[in-house]
Design a protein around this ligand. Structure first.
Ligand code: HEC
Length: 101
């Protein structure tokens, strides 16, 4: 029963963010403070440099932060960043990041 409630809540959250921003470059603005405008920095001196990462690698990392299956010592910071993002937003962010040089 509890699991069903969780899934239902999850779907409601997804539905409520359907009309949110989905442009990768716009979404990335809130990431740039830590990761650098071209994703060239080690965020807070701790993360890997994500510039040039494959889309699929970024998606895997962001989804992992969201569900707690990915990350290192500072994963809590990233969980806060990605928890409100839907699938579409994660995909467009990944696409944008993969184009950064
Ligand atoms: C407050 C600073 C901060 C912001 C803002 C931030 N990040 Fe991060 N990010 C970090 C830190 C710190 C890590 C390393 C976390 C860990 O220990 O796993 C990280 C890790 C990552 C990683 C995986 C790199 C690795 O080291 O494995 C990706 C991908 C990523 N961030 C993408 C994003 C995206 C996309 C956004 C915007 C939605 C974002 N970050 C916003 C601080 C930030």
């Amino acid at each position: 029963m509890k699991k069903i409630t969780k899934i239902t809540l999850g779907l409601m959250v997804l539905a409520s963010t359907t009309f949110a921003v989905t442009n990768g470059a716009t979404l990335y603005k809130k990431c740039a403070g830590c990761h650098g405008i071209n994703a060239e920095k080690k965020a807070l001196g701790k993360s890997q440099v994500i510039k040039g990462w494959e889309e699929t690698k970024v998606i895997a990392a962001l989804k992992g932060y969201k569900d707690g299956t990915y990350g290192s010592v500072m994963k809590g910071v990233m969980k806060g960043q990605v928890s409100s993002l839907n699938e579409e937003q994660i995909a467009s962010l990944a696409k944008h990041i993969s184009t950064l040089k």
